[in-house]
Design a protein around this ligand. Structure first.
Ligand SMILES: [Zn+2]
Ligand SMILES: [Zn+2]
Length: 692
């Protein structure tokens, strides 16, 4: 390290983790006897504590009077500095999502890094270097599967696209993973690193297995929140020092430090899990595209049902669209059949049966042939609410504006929002009526009803309730794969990526709710869910012939279902985009949501009203529409009142300029509106919110 002779210390701008609402600025100045490169890891005093920090930019030639600034306590010389482009990525993300640079930077680094001293870091790095091999030795990749014509074309298009983002639209089973593998192989041959993002932790093991099998001599690490802190640090370090060639992870991996990054892949790019739902509410998908742009490397966004945002960007020519319309190995998409539940014969006053007779018959045929069926019902528990027919009591949650769900297994009423759980009352708590009854149906009840309707059939269930214990999901999936289950009942959990070879029937039991939801993205999500579910059927060529997708609905002629039956994403996307354009919704407008949480609805309301008054003071208010404050779908959770206000603009830069001016003003409201804001707990902005 080069030391200057001068006595005056240098001033280093350091990013530290400070609470967003504290008055501290984005970067803090510290004195240091030496000039450290930007990206260096340091430990600095902050208040009474010593915290981890990152030197954020070159200090220029600023000098401080001795004693004027606090001094850097320790330099972590054992860790190479973060690359300038990594700092650029965090700078961009912090500005775009309106968070502090230090808050974001420290939040996306492994938590262990925050407490290590230089000596500890040095020891760990030395150990890693001893255990891992340098990337100089280039091992051969194992032979891939022979490519289909569509895969060949996709790879060619990928090569031609250069650094233009590629939207790989490939139906389920069209072999997108093979395209990722080939693209990765090219990148690895160039001595570069590959970053692969998946939406859920559960999907990492199988993708990890495929990548390690293809690149046996390459170092592959995963990065996600289920790793132990020590594992996460180790994996992060291997990528940071360039020893890991492949990094596979969930949304937080978009911030992995990759000094030789050469390719970014975002699998299932439409998945809402890519959006962080707390702290800095970033979209890992969007940041992946930005990161690839910064690093001038290719990026592939893959999906069978691309997000309408990405689809529109492809239409606008900003992304290059590549389509793979056929499933590999002659497998076909299942035939879609509809059962109109309104047309079923039933005794007057009786609820419709759980399964329509023709669907039940189709299930019986599968069981007789030794094939499997999958029933999708996106609601867990026995019934969504318990009801008294005499006084109209319903099982509301005392802490939330939501019903508590009836779970038969442990006879509880459970709130899915705050977790409040009580034993089911023997009688109506208000009038004492003994005959309180569940209304509606969840997966638990469906499992029970199927078992009654199909005596002798082996029924399995996969949802958040049955897979809570560690290893339980794997065990249940293994039972399905081993053929120990005839009919699998589950929530959307079962639709994601699992390769069920013997499933020839998939049925959506009651998908209608999403057709009439107030959330404008609900149809997009439903279509993606049903396509994904359909993709679970007929994956084996042997069984593909009679693979079917059943939709049990009261709306069999709905346009969404018609597009699904025709396996026509383009038609669906065109209709949805047309609606969104006319309604002035994303991707044709840009949104930010200001959320307030308070002990009383009045305090939340007062905050948003004060924020609204501040907005008028900004110089950019004309380009932005602020809507009236409204409660979210569930206004009260765990006794906390929630209210939100939407800001909308036709121009993304105009919205960004407005937010950059507006939000800093809001930090002062607590002190200027002490009385009316009493009880305000927190507020935050969500840029490009997924749910409004
Ligand atoms: Zn009652
Ligand atoms: Zn609750």
């Amino acid at each position: 390290m080069h030391k200057l002779a001068s006595a005056e210390p240098h001033v280093l701008p350091v990013a530290v983790e400070t609470p967003q609402h504290a008055a501290l600025g984005a970067l803090l100045d510290y004195a240091c006897g030496e000039v450290l490169p930007a990206g260096s890891f340091v430990r600095v005093p902050l208040g009474q504590r010593e915290v981890a920090g990152i030197v954020w930019s070159r200090p220029g030639d600023r000098r401080a009077e001795p004693g004027q600034l606090r001094t850097v306590a320790e330099v972590l010389e054992g860790l190479p500095p973060l690359a300038p482009r990594w700092l650029d990525l965090v700078d961009f993300a912090a500005a775009y999502y309106q968070r502090g640079v230090g808050e974001l930077a420290l939040a996306v680094l492994p938590p262990e890094l925050r407490r290590l001293t230089d000596a500890q870091v040095q020891r760990r790095i030395a150990k890693l270097m001893k255990q891992s091999t340098p990337p100089a030795a280039v091992p051969e990749a194992a032979a891939g599967q022979p490519l289909t014509a569509a895969q060949e074309a996709a790879l060619l298009a990928l090569a031609e696209a250069g650094t233009t983002p590629v939207l790989l639209h490939g139906v389920t089973g069209s072999g997108k993973t093979e395209v990722y593998l080939r693209a990765a192989e090219r990148t690895l041959q160039l001595g570069r690193q590959v970053l692969v993002l998946v939406p859920e932790i559960n999907l990492t093991p199988q993708l990890e297995a495929r990548f390690s099998a293809r690149f046996p001599g390459r170092a592959l690490v995963s990065l996600h929140s289920a790793l132990t802190p020590a594992e996460r640090l180790r994996h992060w370090m291997l990528a940071h020092v360039g020893r890991a060639d492949l990094v596979l992870g969930t949304r937080l991996a978009v911030f992995a430090s990759l000094p030789r990054l050469g390719l970014v892949v975002v699998d299932e790019e439409h998945d809402p899990s890519y959006k962080q739902q707390e702290g800095a509410r970033y979209s890992a998908r969007d940041l992946a595209v930005y990161r690839a742009h910064l690093e001038k490397v290719p990026v592939i966004l893959g999906s069978a049902t691309p997000s309408l945002e990405s689809w529109q960007r492809a239409i606008d020519g900003r992304y290059r669209r590549v389509t793979m319309a056929e499933r590999v190995a002659q497998a076909r998409m299942p035939r879609v059949r509809f059962v109109d539940i309104t047309a079923l014969p039933r005794a007057s006053g009786q609820p419709p049966p759980a399964l329509a007779p023709p669907l039940l018959e189709a299930l019986q045929q599968r069981i007789a042939r030794g094939e499997q069926s999958l029933l999708l019902l996106n609601r867990r528990g026995w019934a969504p609410v318990l009801h008294c027919g005499v006084c109209d009591w319903k099982s509301g949650c005392p802490h939330c504006s939501a019903w508590r769900v009836f779970h038969l297994g442990d006879r509880t009423l459970r709130c899915h929002h705050c977790g409040f759980t009580e034993a089911v009352p023997r009688a109506c708590p208000t009038c004492g009526n003994l005959d309180i009854a569940p209304i509606g149906r969840g997966t638990e009840k469906l499992e029970h009803q199927i078992a009654e309707a199909l005596p002798g059939a082996r029924i399995g269930r996969i949802d958040a309730d049955t897979t809570r214990a560690r290893g339980e999901l794997q065990a249940r999936l293994a039972a399905v794969h081993a053929g120990e289950v005839d009919v699998l009942v589950g929530t959307q959990m079962v639709t994601k990526g699992h390769d069920f070879r013997r499933v020839t029937l998939v049925a959506a039991i009651n998908p209608d709710g999403a057709l009439f939801s107030s959330d404008f993205r609900a149809p997009e999500r439903l279509f993606a869910l049903l396509m994904q579910a359909a993709g679970r059927a007929g994956r084996d060529a042997e069984h593909a012939e009679h693979a079917e997708m059943w939709i049990q609905t009261a709306q069999p002629r709905h346009a969404l279902f018609a597009a699904l039956a025709a396996n026509d994403f383009e038609r669906f996307a065109a209709a949805q985009l047309d609606e969104r354009r006319r309604a002035g919704l994303p991707p044709f407008t840009h949104l930010a949501l200001l959320r307030a949480e308070a002990r009383s609805a009045a305090a939340a309301e007062a905050f948003l009203q004060a924020a609204r008054d501040e907005a008028a003071q900004t110089g950019h208010a004309a380009a932005v529409t602020l809507y009236a404050p409204v409660p979210p779908a569930v206004a009260r959770v765990a006794g906390v009142e929630r209210l939100q206000m939407l800001a909308e603009s036709a121009s993304r830069p105009a919205l960004q300029r407005f937010l950059a001016d507006w939000l800093p003003r809001l930090h002062g409201l607590r002190s200027s509106h002490k009385e009316s804001l009493k009880g305000l707990l927190r507020w935050a902005v969500d840029v490009d919110p997924l749910a409004i």
